[in-house]
Design a protein around this ligand. Structure first.
Ligand code: 9MR
Length: 616
């Protein structure tokens, strides 16, 4: 359910801002680097007022945890209830007139280790009615309201993909396209720090400059990182490849809307263009490699509007991982752009082949884990998975036997690549999923397809074992961006539906979304603008409403990273020490290790929410 504008509680938010501003800035050693110097507001920002409903600050809490957005009428409908009772509890489903339309008893589930809560599960899947503002009452306590609606996910798919336009660098954001988010172009030639149009390398790395304008800002910082950009744009293109017709019909808030290229590909092109600019030019010693990142020389404070960034921008040394991510994304781009722009497709293929060859010639250039001054490290010293992914994409696009041989010779080809969630450091699954679903001549393709189904079966089993139904149960706590990890696991389950057509996989994806949208230990929807109690203060230098009320919150459809047992920032570590995994989260702009937004996390949300919308 989305709340109407009048329910906003401005007063509460202002009080929160005052409290934060009153805290003196302390400089602490930076444990990691998504961090920053926690600067106080300097008043930089967007020029248009914030203009869409967000959740009020004081939603009454309830032990009855539901998907606050909605369930699909013919899909699974489960809720989790916190209660010490060891006996089943009576439940009632009520429509918006308060009439009981279904009832039953909960199933006691005992202590849930991911939350430390004693839980029950309510299953009301057999109710097939539709409508808005239903509530579930258990033992006399009501849940937050939700819809039963086959269209519950349609807008979410659009919003998750429209997140990228206001993340764009190098272009003024038009408030007519993204209401409330207008801002000046960031990091262009006339920008205070010199922008990204003539960027030098860090000392000793190279003696040329590159025009690396454009692309998307990675997250709440102004850095642009090839490994993360690569997986993000790949997942957007995969959402297109999964169902081109549905993707073509989906109108996004992008300036290119109405052109001949589908909106999602127009958005992807904005990033692909940037990624190709990160390639070392011909004639240079490392020609064909990709620079790992381009970012500020030092961390800036919050808020800092992109157009007001005074930091010097620097290219960091090329890395094998970045080069292979470029190769993979560009190879995929070459085939998806082929029907729309042949010349562009050829250019991308050329970039991809050159990058792949360069990576083969320089297979061990690793980004350093300590390179986190002013930007995140995104370090990776095992690139066998990047080699596998790049070879897979090049093989699918070209059918060239040599790339096919590289795929089958990779030790990862027969390995279980779904034993963990895929992310920027673990990319083999991206190759495997595409080998399984995009047409190609691989001799053992049936086995490849089966491996995805086997992976999905395991995730379904994990979900069954969780009181909150989430596709995630790591030993030793939740990781940074647990929400995105869960969503990527759901993408594997969704791909198994595409392969087999079996309803249990489609239902599994829809059921897994319940966790993200409120059926969790914190009664928290992790998507801005969706649900009564939704994240809205994600760590960002320009959606910094919590620090400066003139600035917007993140756009609706923005995913928060989510519970992270490591608590790497000082706000979370001071408040949440010793937390059970699901409770290691706070919707505070300074909690960058639990509450940031990034292009790769929203890509997983976009893939999964468009999957659910298209298959509802
Ligand atoms: O998403 C990244 C996470 O997996 C890492 O554990 C973490 C520490 O290296 O970095 C995260 O990425 C951040 C990046 O380095 C800089 N931009 C913000 C990203 C999200 O916090």
């Amino acid at each position: 359910m989305r709340l109407p504008a009048f329910l906003q509680s401005r007063k509460g938010r202002l009080a929160a801002v005052a409290a934060i501003v009153a805290v003196p800035a302390v400089v602490l050693p930076i444990v990691f680097s998504g961090g920053d110097e926690h600067g106080l507001p300097v008043g930089a920002g967007a020029d248009t007022a914030y203009a869409f409903p967000v959740t009020p600050d004081h939603i009454p809490d309830t032990p009855v945890r539901v998907n606050q957005v909605g369930y699909l009428p013919d899909g699974p409908k489960r809720a989790t209830v916190i209660s010490d009772s060891s006996q089943p509890l009576p439940w009632q489903l009520k429509d918006n007139a308060g009439k009981v339309v279904a009832s039953g008893e909960s199933q006691p589930r005992g202590m849930d280790p991911s939350s430390g809560q004693n839980t029950h599960v309510v299953d009301f899947s057999s109710y097939r009615g539709t409508g808005h503002t239903y509530t579930l009452e258990v033992d006399g306590k009501a849940s937050l309201p939700f819809d039963l609606d086959p269209k519950a996910y349609q807008q979410l798919g659009v919003d998750a993909l429209s997140f990228y336009y206001p993340q764009r660098s190098g272009i003024a954001i038009d408030g007519k396209i993204a209401p409330g988010y207008a801002r000046k172009a960031g990091h262009v030639a006339e920008s205070p720090g010199g922008g990204d149009s003539k960027v030098p390398c860090q000392p000793g790395v190279c003696d040329y400059t590159l025009d690396v304008t454009g692309g998307w800002y990675d997250a709440g910082d102004h850095g642009k990182y090839v490994v993360n950009g690569g997986i993000s744009v790949a997942q957007l293109m995969s959402s297109y490849e999964r169902s081109p017709k549905a993707a073509e019909a989906r109108g996004l808030r992008v300036p290119e809307h109405g052109g001949k290229t589908p909106d999602v590909l127009a958005e992807a092109r904005w990033e692909l263009d940037f990624l190709t600019k990160m390639q070392v030019p011909a004639g240079q010693p490392l020609a064909g490699m990709a620079h790992h990142k381009i970012a500020d020389a030092a961390w800036t404070g919050l808020p800092t509007d992109p157009a007001a960034d005074t930091q010097q921008r620097q290219l960091h040394a090329p890395s094998t991982a970045a080069t292979l991510n470029l190769a993979a994304a560009a190879a995929q781009g070459a085939r998806v752009f082929e029907p729309y722009d042949k010349q562009y497709a050829e250019k991308l293929l050329n970039v991809a082949k050159t990058a792949y060859a360069a990576a083969q010639a320089h297979p061990t250039m690793y980004a350093s884990s300590s390179d986190s001054t002013g930007s995140g490290a995104y370090d990776d010293s095992n690139v066998s998975d990047e080699f596998y992914w790049a070879a897979a994409e090049l093989y699918i696009t070209t059918g060239d036997k040599q790339y096919g041989a590289d795929v089958t010779a990779s030790p990862l080809h027969k390995a279980d690549v779904f034993d963990r969630a895929f992310d920027w450091q673990n990319t083999a699954a991206l190759g495997r999923l595409d080998l399984a679903t995009v047409k190609n001549q691989l001799a053992d393709r049936d086995r490849v397809r089966q491996s995805v189904v086997d992976g999905a079966d395991r995730f379904l089993k994990t979900m069954d074992g969780q009181a909150y139904g989430q596709p995630y149960a790591p030993e030793g706590g939740y990781d940074w961006a647990s929400n995105s990890q869960m969503l990527n696991n759901l993408a594997v389950v969704g791909t198994a539906f595409d392969i087999t057509g079996k309803a249990k996989y489609r239902d599994g994806v829809a059921g897994g979304m319940d966790y993200i949208l409120g059926r969790n230990a914190l009664n928290q929807s992790y998507v801005t603008g969706y649900g009564e109690k939704a994240s809205k203060n994600q760590h960002s230098r320009w959606y910094a409403h919590q620090l400066d009320p003139k600035l917007p919150n993140p756009p609706r459809g923005t995913l928060a990273g989510g519970p992270n047992s490591q608590l790497q920032d000082e706000v979370a570590s001071a408040a949440l020490r010793g937390c059970k995994p699901q409770l290691c989260y706070m919707d505070d702009i300074q909690s960058w290790s639990t509450n940031e937004l990034t292009i790769n996390w929203n890509a997983s949300l976009a893939w999964v929410s468009t999957f659910v919308a298209d298959n509802a």
